[in-house]
Design a protein around this ligand. Structure first.
Ligand code: TPP
Ligand code: MG
Length: 430
């Protein structure tokens, strides 16, 4: 039985009762185990999508209470005024940068497609904000806000989309397929859905072997979480107590497949029970809920207690990429989620609820973001494409990278150490 607890951070498992010889009495009724999944949302989504077939064509119909007003933002247990404003600024930059990318695409300046995180900015920005500089992030294509928080500029991202010589991959790859393992501790997105999970688990294991428990964070969608490698990676992290913070970004669509046709569980956070790790549900459009869940999961990771699965519920407010008009999404669903816009609601929270920003201060913040973006876009547009004769360079490393351990050399646990004894004891028990 799964109990959804409102805003508690504990998960309990009621052990089965056994007789003295360790076996359950044969006449006893079956015992129920109870698990709880903290659900921090301030509203419950009660909408269902139904697939309707007409001859060869398929469409989706939405039903439920679509008139419900948007919920308020939940006060953060950890963020102060300055931090909330910082996260808000990242979210605004994230959105405005993507709008600029859409325009650049329409002007024919982008090489390849453009992927958007519209409606998901709180999830990208507030999650990455919980990591320390020394820790690691593995973003997916919609997490461009996470890249900004991690220290890439809008200029880097725009240059990358335009395949410019000065872009992070020097024009060798397109869209957001880039990272930085030297300075910013960002693993490049991997297109094969789920593969980032074992890679990030490996990063945490690497840090552990070098004597440090760190938090590593990555994301997977409602579609991508169905892959086998998601199970393998998360299970490995669970068994090894690695500090993986996995955001399951349930944005209701995996390309044109609605979440209702992707999985049968009510909430993807329930999957955590099967991995033996904590699972949490948050409103993916509420930056405070995202941050608090990420922070608690990171703290757990730093204590060496293992991974956490955080399901962030939200809606992909555009098509899969710029080429997809998302005609298959029922319009009322867009309208429902537009009322839950993460930026508009956070703005209202900062200005009217907390009164942490005056209207003039807010206008100044927006003007600064606009000016930064304009300068970055002009620089990116004016910068050159790579020289053709350099095409073969930089695709394969020929000794140009020096890869050093980040946290020191591997430290095997001393013989007889408490940790080693404990892990031997666990192995013995099995
Ligand atoms: C293993 C694998 N299968 C299929 C694809 C093709 N593909 C790329 S994105 C995508 C949809 C992903 O949906 P979801 O995981 O919900 O993420 P979202 O796009 O909604 O953020 C698919 C099917 C892929 N990249 N990798
Ligand atoms: Mg999805």
């Amino acid at each position: 039985m799964v109990k959804k607890t409102k805003s508690k951070t504990s998960r309990t498992k009621v052990p089965q009762k056994h007789s003295r010889n360790g076996r359950r009495p044969t006449s006893a009724p079956p015992q129920e185990r109870t698990y709880s999944i903290p659900d921090h949302r301030l509203e419950r989504l009660s909408i269902t999508l139904r697939q309707v077939r007409h001859g060869d064509s398929v469409r989706y119909e939405v039903s439920g209470d679509l008139s419900a007003p948007a919920p308020p933002i939940r006060d953060s247990k950890y963020l102060n005024q300055r931090q909330c404003i910082e996260i808000y600024r990242w979210m605004v930059l994230n959105r405005k940068m993507e709008a600029a990318l859409e325009n650049l695409y329409k002007q024919g300046k982008v090489v390849g497609g453009v992927y958007f995180g519209l409606g998901q900015e709180a999830c990208s920005c507030a999650s990455a904000y919980a990591l320390k500089p020394d820790e690691w992030l593995g973003p997916m294509i919609r997490n461009q806000g996470s890249l900004l928080v991690r220290g890439f500029s809008a200029r880097d991202i725009m240059m990358q989309y335009m395949a410019k010589a000065g872009s992070p991959t020097k024009g060798r790859d397109a869209s957001s397929h880039f990272g930085d393992i030297q300075e910013r501790n960002v693993v490049a997105p991997i297109s094969t859905l789920g593969d980032l999970i074992p890679v990030l688990a490996g990063v945490a294991l690497g840090a552990r072997l070098q004597g440090k428990d760190i938090a590593v964070m990555t994301y997977i969608g409602d579609g991508g979480q169905s892959t086998g490698v998601t199970y393998e990676g998360l299970n490995f992290a669970a068994v090894q107590n690695l500090g993986l913070v996995l955001f399951v970004e349930n944005n209701l669509w995996g390309y044109s497949t609605p979440a209702d046709m992707q999985f049968r569980v009510e909430d993807l956070a329930e999957r955590a029970i099967a991995y033996g790790i904590p699972g949490v549900i948050v409103d993916g459009t509420d930056a405070c809920q995202i941050y608090d869940a990420a922070h608690e999961a990171c703290e757990r990771a730093r204590r060496g207690e293992g991974p956490t699965l955080i399901e962030a519920k939200m809606m992909r407010m555009k098509g899969h990429a710029i080429h997809d008009a998302a005609e298959y999404v029922p319009k009322p669903l867009f309208e429902y989620w537009k009322k839950r816009d993460p930026i508009a609601r956070f703005e209202n929270y900062l200005l009217n609820v907390k009164k942490w920003l005056t209207r003039a201060e807010h206008d100044k913040l927006i003007a600064e973001v606009d000016a930064e973006l304009e300068a970055d876009r002009d620089f990116a547009v004016a910068s050159p494409m790579p020289e053709p004769e350099t095409a073969a360079e930089g695709a394969y490393c020929d000794g140009c990278h020096e890869i050093r351990p980040k946290y020191g050399v591997p430290k095997p646990p001393a013989r007889g150490s408490a940790k080693l004894k404990e892990s031997r004891a666990q192995v013995h028990l099995k």
